[in-house]
Write a protein that binds this ligand. Structure first.
Ligand code: ATP
Length: 334
């Protein structure tokens, strides 16, 4: 088993915010990993640090056994498509594709052309004029056609219509099956992307709260619903992950698999036991402990941080003059 990404005690502090706090994970080569967690959990920070677009406050990172910071060999293996990827003002689709073709050693122009058609990405307007969905689609094209050994997608679906999202999931799975590689993606559309994920890392307030295969995770907790007192009796002594109540009824997510004994206890108290989806688990692990109404408002999304470093593809994009002829070279400087 080869480890593609390993972090040890990875920490990033901004003022009094611990964006990442002592994160130690090992992500196996040739897996699709979902980086999940509520707004501000640290997902983008993790991806920025691993791709050396930001420097940790402390801790270590290895990508295929090498430290990525200022390491061209390690950086060349990675592609990070941010949800707010930046391109030069005058760039059109062709310029972004040209830059990607130069930058990424495994770039597949045929796949890029196919995806441009599939997602109906316009060729004439500058990228700045793209709709949110067209902008995301461009990121998906660059991320998939780059065929990087390690590819990060940060909420790649923003603004995509349902058809385009389905295309993305299908093409990702098809291309991954044909060209296995390590893919890490952050998402809030967990139910929709559930089928893509083999491994899941859940972050909450910068810390890892779960790190396991998706299958293991699904079986790690269950839900019990019924009269509040009966539910309270059932969950006594168990680790409660979330609790919701309406009137005299309660629904609680508890850690642990359902045993035969649990089924008996539930039946005797007229309680319903159910499985928990990945989406519910993420919500449960990001739960603050107090009993909450079922329709709990989400906190405001974390602000965008314009001061973030922006390197990698963006640097290359900026370096490619927009009036250069299209390069047929697959490598920068080749
Ligand atoms: N440059 C920065 N300066 C100050 N705070 C920052 C900076 N970058 C990140 N943070 C803070 O670190 C925390 C983690 O942010 P991050 O963007 O990694 O979260 P996220 O899980 O990607 O969130 P979302 O799902 O909302 O995109 C947040 O509290 C955020 O406000």
């Amino acid at each position: 088993m080869t480890i593609a990404i390993e972090t040890r005690g990875l920490t990033r502090v901004h003022g009094d915010t611990r964006a990442l706090d002592d994160v130690s994970v090992r992500i196996r080569e040739n897996t699709i990993t979902g980086l999940l967690g509520r707004n501000g959990a640290g997902k983008t920070t993790f991806m920025s640090l691993v791709t050396a677009q930001d420097a940790p406050t402390s801790g270590e990172i290895e990508v295929f056994g090498e430290r990525p910071f200022e390491n061209a060999r390690a950086l060349e293996q990675m592609c990070f498509l941010r949800d707010n990827q930046r391109y030069p003002d005058d760039y059109k689709l062709i310029h972004a594709l040209r830059a990607a073709r130069i930058f990424f050693p495994n770039w597949d122009q045929g796949l890029a052309d196919e995806l441009v058609e599939l997602f109906r990405i316009p060729k004439k307007p500058i990228i700045k004029k793209f709709s949110r969905g067209q902008f995301s689609a461009l990121g998906i094209v660059l991320g998939l056609a780059s065929r990087c050994p390690v590819t990060f997608f940060d909420e790649p679906y923003l603004g995509l219509d349902a058809t385009a999202r389905t295309h993305f999931y299908d093409v990702l799975l098809r291309d991954y099956a044909e060209h296995p590689r390590t893919i890490v993606l952050s998402t809030h559309l967990i139910d929709e992307m559930d089928r893509l994920l083999e491994h899941v890392v859940i972050l909450d307030r910068g810390r890892v709260v779960q790190d396991s295969t998706a299958d293991e995770l699904r079986g790690m907790a269950h839900q019990v619903s019924g009269k509040a007192q009966a539910v309270a009796d059932y969950v006594a002594g168990r680790r409660v992950l979330s609790r919701h109540s309406i009137g005299g009824l309660a629904t609680v997510v508890v850690e642990g698999r359902v045993t035969a004994e649990d089924r008996g206890a539930a039946a005797a108290s007229d309680l319903e036991l159910g499985s928990v989806t990945l989406q519910e688990l993420v919500a449960a692990y990001g739960f603050d402990g107090a009993d909450t109404p079922t329709h709990r408002p989400e906190p405001l999304a974390a602000a965008e941080h314009s001061a973030r470093a922006d390197t990698g593809l963006t640097e290359t994009v900026a370096a490619v003059a927009s009036d250069e002829p299209t390069s047929t070279s697959p490598r920068k400087g080749a």
